[in-house]
Write a protein that binds this ligand. Structure first.
Ligand SMILES: C[S@@+](CC[C@H](N)C(=O)[O-])C[C@H]1O[C@@H](n2cnc3c(N)ncnc32)[C@H](O)[C@@H]1O
Length: 249
């Protein structure tokens, strides 16, 4: 039985199984815009500060060596928006290094402004930000080096004719499988029913991930370590958020 993401009722107990995935899509732009409202001087300053202090190197393989502090694990977030999740996770996990990528300059600047605050100074040696397309960055991450990957509420592209612009396509799933260690975890969250189904279909079709959820409570309940995001708060989707935690085989 396929999972019922749209059902807002009580947690069900149905077993899960999903048919194989659709064909691969060629690469398309996954974000609607690169720049929204004009950046203020403070945004420009924050972006310049990030380039000085927490920039992800542009050459060489990306792994634990990008950090200037010793870390025990590498976590990656693609499409971090204003950064509340990645900064919150960094505060909660002092032995982890974070590579965080956002394609939208306004979001990147907001994250940089937040991170630049002196109260977050201890995070700087183990956070590396990129204003880039996450797919380009994943290409350079050392295979089997990542412990956790987060794609939280990626642009839903709800109209069927735009669905090919979604981030969670077979090619992205393959990148995720490449960078994650065996036992590494990828959290995908969305509040759009059709996106939840298509992402799950693509991930299971790839064949390199396990999804242990069995009942609705397993995807409807926010994981204990989840940090609510700004987009999630807006509740713009057609369902309550679902959280799909995949484990690399
Ligand atoms: C709907 S927003 C959600 C932001 C944040 N995760 C949250 O939950 O508040 C999706 C974000 O992903 C970014 N994005 C889309 N495609 C991307 C890509 N290929 N690489 C990096 N960021 C991307 C967008 O710019 C946007 O900020």
């Amino acid at each position: 039985m396929a999972p019922d993401f749209a059902d807002r009722g009580g947690a069900g107990d149905g077993e899960v199984g999903v048919e194989p995935a659709a064909a691969r899509h060629r690469r398309v732009q996954t974000t609607g815009r690169r720049l929204g409202r004009p950046l203020r001087a403070a945004h420009h300053e924050a972006i310049a500060w990030a380039a000085e202090q927490v920039a992800l190197p542009v050459d060489g393989a990306l792994g634990l060596g990008v950090f200037s502090a010793p870390v025990e694990a590498l976590w990656v977030e693609i499409g971090f928006g204003a950064g509340e999740h990645v900064i919150g996770q960094a505060l909660a996990h002092p032995s982890v290094g974070f590579i965080a990528v956002e394609a939208f300059a306004n979001g990147f600047a907001q994250c940089a402004m937040r991170l630049r605050s002196p109260e977050h100074q201890e995070l700087w040696p183990r956070m590396r930000l990129a204003l880039a397309d996450g797919r380009d960055v994943l290409e350079h991450i050392t295979p089997s080096s990542v412990d956790r990957l987060f794609t939280l509420f990626p642009d839903p592209w709800p109209k069927p004719r735009h669905a090919k612009r979604r981030l969670a396509q077979p090619a992205f799933v393959a990148q995720a499988a490449t960078i994650l260690k065996t036992g590494g975890r990828w959290r995908f969250a969305t509040d759009w029913s059709d996106y939840a189904y298509s992402a799950l279909e693509h991930v299971l079709a790839d064949g390199r991930f396990n999804w242990s959820a069995r009942a609705a409570r397993d995807w409807r309940t926010a994981p204990a370590d989840h940090i609510q995001t700004r987009y999630q708060e807006k509740a713009l989707g057609d369902i309550a958020p679902v959280f799909l935690d995949f484990v690399r085989r």
